[in-house]
Design a protein around this ligand. Structure first.
Ligand SMILES: Cc1cc2nc3c(=O)[nH]c(=O)nc-3n(C[C@H](O)[C@H](O)[C@H](O)COP(=O)(O)OP(=O)(O)OC[C@H]3O[C@@H](n4cnc5c(N)ncnc54)[C@H](O)[C@@H]3O)c2cc1C
Length: 323
């Protein structure tokens, strides 16, 4: 079974999603795992890839690949799959991994399955995969013969180093790319403030439509800062342009697992809930005692968030000031 895995960077090293993809490749019984890395390969990254079983690392460099260009990256992944005559093309289950893989699958004209947890058999391919934002695990058999493209469900399997490290032989190359593939490119990157992120913060104070406006988030910012956390939001908020999509919790946002999640004016629709349900403890603040978020939360305050949130902040300050 020949496999090619798309590698994703995390700073100078490799993303956790890539290691999940390599782990799945080895569990499928892939022999020599080929890795495609777009852009420069740092020594740390090569070491990590070797430890996780990479037999070869194909490093593609081209002006059209700089930054991120999904169609061009997909073209190169398809080229790498053809080059090694891959039976399976695997990508991390990130937005980027899925997007590049979809382009590659289209170029190769092969089926793609997303969010895979396990490959149970390879002839025909039968997989277990996550559907509907995590509320369903599906067993799917791919009826088309031939190669398969699959992405690995994010954070669903523990990355494991290989028993025997791969040789990780590096093969730099410059792909031939038609300028027509440069239709979509990153023109600007907005750097988030260093430090806590939505995915890793121990406390997330989130606001929904009930917050009412972009300015309405100021008391939530204040409470989050006081608790050493960050602010999140629902999709109603990002749709209204009150906050950036990077703050969105949920199926099409970030899945979080903080010690405490404080959901202010959020109804708790399933698409939001799947992103918040791994929180250790949930406090809902809502005027509607029957809201889904309230009935599912560990604790709830039924009331107007514009009064409740400042009252919590004031009480924390008062207690901290008391010797
Ligand atoms: C394919 C798809 C993907 C989606 N992905 C996501 C996702 O990733 N994340 C996400 O969040 N949503 C997602 N959604 C949207 C989701 O279905 C809901 O529409 C959205 O979560 C609702 O946001 P909300 O709870 O802020 O708003 P609403 O549902 O309108 O709820 C507002 C809540 O605020 C309460 N409220 C109002 N005023 C106050 C007040 N003054 N004080 C206290 N409480 C108050 C109300 O009682 C109500 O419970 C997705 C939908 C689809 C179809």
């Amino acid at each position: 079974m020949t496999t090619v895995v798309l590698a994703e960077r995390a700073g100078d090293t490799i993303s956790g999603g890539t290691l999940e993809a390599l782990t799945l490749a080895r569990r499928m019984g892939a022999g020599d795992v080929a890795v495609l890395m777009v852009g420069p390969l740092h020594d740390d990254a090569a070491t990590v890839l070797a430890a996780h079983g990479a037999g070869s690392i194909h490093v593609a460099e081209h002006d059209l690949l700089a930054g991120y260009n999904p169609q061009a990256w997909g073209d190169v992944l398809a080229g790498a799959a053809r080059h090694v005559d891959a039976d399976v093309v695997i990508a991390p289950g990130s937005d980027q991994g899925n997007e590049v893989l979809a382009h590659a699958a289209a170029v190769l004209d092969i089926p793609m399955v997303a969010n895979v947890l396990e490959v149970e058999s390879t002839e025909p391919f039968t997989v277990r995969r996550v559907r509907w934002g995590g509320s369903l695990i599906e067993r799917a058999t791919v009826s088309a013969g031939g190669p398969l493209a699959l992405s690995v469900a994010s954070h669903a399997l523990d990355p494991e180093p290989a028993d025997t490290p791969g040789s990780a032989t590096v093969h730099p190359f410059t792909p031939e790319l038609d300028p027509a593939v440069a239709g979509c490119a990153v023109v600007e990157r907005v750097q988030r403030a260093a430090g806590l992120t939505l995915a890793t913060a121990p406390v997330v104070v989130s606001g929904g439509r009930g917050v009412g406006s972009a300015d309405g988030f100021a008391p939530l910012e204040e409470l989050a800062a006081l608790l050493g956390g960050v602010v999140g939001c629902s999709r109603a908020v990002t749709n209204n342009g009150w906050r950036n999509h990077t703050d969105q919790v949920g199926q099409t946002g970030t899945r979080i697992a903080p010690e405490i999640y404080i959901a202010c004016g959020i109804s708790g629709a399933i698409q939001h809930w799947v992103g918040a349900m791994a929180s250790k403890r949930i406090l809902a603040i809502n005027t509607d005692r029957n809201a889904n978020m309230v009935t599912k939360a560990d604790d709830a305050v039924i009331g107007d968030l514009h009064q409740v949130v400042p009252a919590i902040t004031a009480e924390i300050r008062r207690r901290r000031a008391t010797p």
